[in-house]
Design a protein. Structure first.
Length: 297
């Protein structure tokens, strides 16, 4: 989790530096796409603050009202971030772009826009490099898409998507803004805003899908479930694993319930001892499994 904090802090610093300069340059040069980029950076800054808040809240100790802890806070705030990217980032940029296409305004000298965009590209690129480097540490040889689908920590890939969308958006804006000024077609500046907005909408759908899945109680992978079943069945007291129920309470905490068929000749005390033995062996083998509930069939 500390690694993810590093990528979040780097993204926060980059977006905070960039947002203000984009707004100033956009207002000075009358550029719609530049204002959209400013909105994008402001939303990203807010998102990083919310993610850090979610990470902090998820570390709260369990209490009477939340006996399994507050781990799902991270999933909730990640979902909120995906909604913000859609609403404040994507929808506003599309609206701004369409308005500028309908009523185009000739851009003033875009020199400062290029300076800001170039600096933004450096900052965002550096932030993306750090985010990708940190995410690569968690992939364990898996492909990118598989790692995102199987990841239980949305903060790890959320920053990668945000920074990736930011870099792609900057490149689109630089190209279309240059064409708009060179060809004297102000509508192209509005088109850049629309493309940036649609890019953010696409990213928000992917992030919302993954965050929702975790928030709704995503369980352990089938291969992990099979390994746990085999581990339980190794115990002399167990005949068969009837069922395994699980849910991720946080990226580092799994709640597991096993329904086991024990040997018929065992009495209550022997079953109790066996349950304790199986629980300890599972926790030793799978450190993320913090709570193990074992129910005899």
């Amino acid at each position: 989790m500390a690694n993810n904090n590093k990528s979040i802090y780097s993204a926060l610093a980059a977006n905070l530096l960039i947002a203000l300069t984009k707004f100033i340059a956009g207002a000075y040069t009358n550029s719609s796409s530049m204002i959209s980029e400013g909105i994008h950076s402001t939303v990203d800054t807010t998102n990083q603050l919310l993610l850090l808040y979610g990470l902090k809240r998820s570390k709260k100790a369990a209490d009477q009202s939340h006996p399994f802890g507050y781990g799902k806070e991270l999933y909730f705030w990640s979902f909120v971030v995906s909604i913000l990217i859609f609403g404040l980032g994507g929808a506003l940029s599309v609206y701004q772009g369409i308005a500028h296409i309908k009523e185009p305004e000739v851009m003033k000298d875009p020199f400062w826009n290029y300076i800001v965009l170039f600096l933004s590209l450096i900052f965002e690129g550096a932030s993306l490099f750090i985010a990708v480097k940190e995410f690569n540490k968690t992939r364990n040889g898996m492909g990118w898409w598989d790692a995102i689908i199987k990841s239980k920590d949305p903060s790890s890939f959320l920053v990668v998507f945000e920074d990736g969308a930011a870099v792609a958006g900057l490149i689109v804006v630089m190209i279309l803004m240059g064409m708009s000024h060179w060809l004297q077609i102000p509508e192209l500046d509005g088109l850049a805003s629309v493309i940036v907005g649609l890019l953010l909408v696409f990213v928000s759908f992917i992030l919302a899908r993954e965050s929702r899945s975790l928030l709704m109680g995503e369980g352990i992978a089938p291969e992990t479930r099979d390994k746990i079943a085999q581990l339980a069945e190794k115990d002399v007291a167990v005949l068969k694993t009837k069922n395994i129920l699980s849910t991720y309470q946080s990226p580092e905490e799994v709640i597991l319930m096993l329904i086991l068929d024990f040997e018929d000749h065992l009495d209550t005390e022997e079953i109790t001892v066996a349950i304790h033995r199986i629980r300890e062996s599972i926790k030793k083998e799978f450190p993320l499994v913090r709570f193990v509930i074992i129910q005899p069939e």
